[in-house]
Write a protein that binds this ligand. Sequence first.
Ligand SMILES: [Zn+2]
Length: 146
Amino acid sequence: MHKLCKRIVEDKKTLVGFGDFSKQHGLVKKHPTAPIKKFKNELRRYCDVIEIDEWGTSKTCNLCKSPIELYKNKVIRKKRDGTYTTPRLCQINSVIRCKLNECKLCCMDRDINASKNILLLLQLQKAGKKRPECFNPTNMNDYDTP
Ligand SMILES: [Zn+2]
C-alpha cells in the first residue's frame, strides 16, 4: 500500500483527483468500495486528495463544453459479386466528436476527453471555483445518465 501511494504521488506530484470509481467498470471491479476508501485515506497522508464528481465528463466536449456524440462513419462494403452495399452509418466504439460543427474536436478518444474534463474540474475545485454548468446534473435535463 505504501509503495503504491508513493508511486502515485511521485507520478502526479501533489494533487490527486479521485473520481467516483463505483460507477466504473474494470478498475476496482473485484474490490468494491472498502479498499478504495482505505486507499484514499492512505493517499491523504501523502498528498492532496480531491474527490471529483465525474458527472457529464464523458458527454461534454473539453474544448467548447458542448455535448458530444459518438463518431459515425459511412461504411460501404464490397460484396462478393463486385457490387457495393448501400452506405451505412456506423458508430466507432469509444471515438467521439463534438456536436458543434465549428468546434475542432473530432475523432477524439472518449476516455481522453473525459479525463481532460476531470482534470479541468479538479483544477477548478482546487481553486475554489464553481463547476461549469454543463457538468451540473440539474441544468442538463436532456441528459439522463452520467
Ligand atoms: Zn466542442
